[in-house]
Design a protein around this ligand. Sequence first.
Ligand SMILES: C[S@@+](CC[C@H](N)C(=O)[O-])C[C@H]1O[C@@H](n2cnc3c(N)ncnc32)[C@H](O)[C@@H]1O
Length: 203
Amino acid sequence: MQLDRVVPFGRSLDEYRTMFSLSHDDLDKEIVGVADGPASFNAEMQALGKRVISVDPLYAFRPAEIEQRFHAVVDGIMRQVKETPDDWVWTFHQSPDQLRERRVQALTRFLTDYERGTTDGRYVIGELPRLDFSDAQFELALCSHFLFLYSDHFSYAFHRAAFFEMLRIAEEVRVFPLLTLALKPSPYSHAASSEPRSRQLCP
Ligand SMILES: C[S@@+](CC[C@H](N)C(=O)[O-])C[C@H]1O[C@@H](n2cnc3c(N)ncnc32)[C@H](O)[C@@H]1O
């Protein structure tokens, strides 16, 4: 997969549960979704009576602009997926068409919640490696499809600072995936596990 920049694709609560092995108890924790973008995780959690704060630079944009950014890239990405079907595991999503449909569903669900969630303080503009939250404000920080995935776009110094920032604001940090867009283990995951033990980043 080749991408010029980070794409505004979002995933569902079901996908977040699977990616991060979220247990029943985890869902009741104080959670911050870092780089949540147009994921429907926050909206679906809100509907279950649970509270998540999502932080992403994308939230500087209006709903129509976010929708337009999504539609500007979705066909090109799906074309690359269809050209490389053997690079992907088709167990969770059964086909590229279903994958596209689910990305549209997540975006639509997110957009229905976006304005109210912004007013509620659940969608917060911000970007790694500096986040405007207090030390240990959250029990759990989740970050999917940003760190490691875009290893060609962001340096190890950026990743390192981003991890320590998430560890500053949350007791526990979970990141998915550890692969790059080239479907190879990130060159940074080994370096992260070699950090001094007192502040070790465990991939
Ligand atoms: C591929 S999307 C993933 C969205 C969501 N985590 C999911 O998996 O459904 C990556 C997100 O990273 C966000 N992003 C880009 N640069 C960022 C930064 N410096 N800090 C935090 N988020 C960033 C983008 O705006 C985008 O929404």
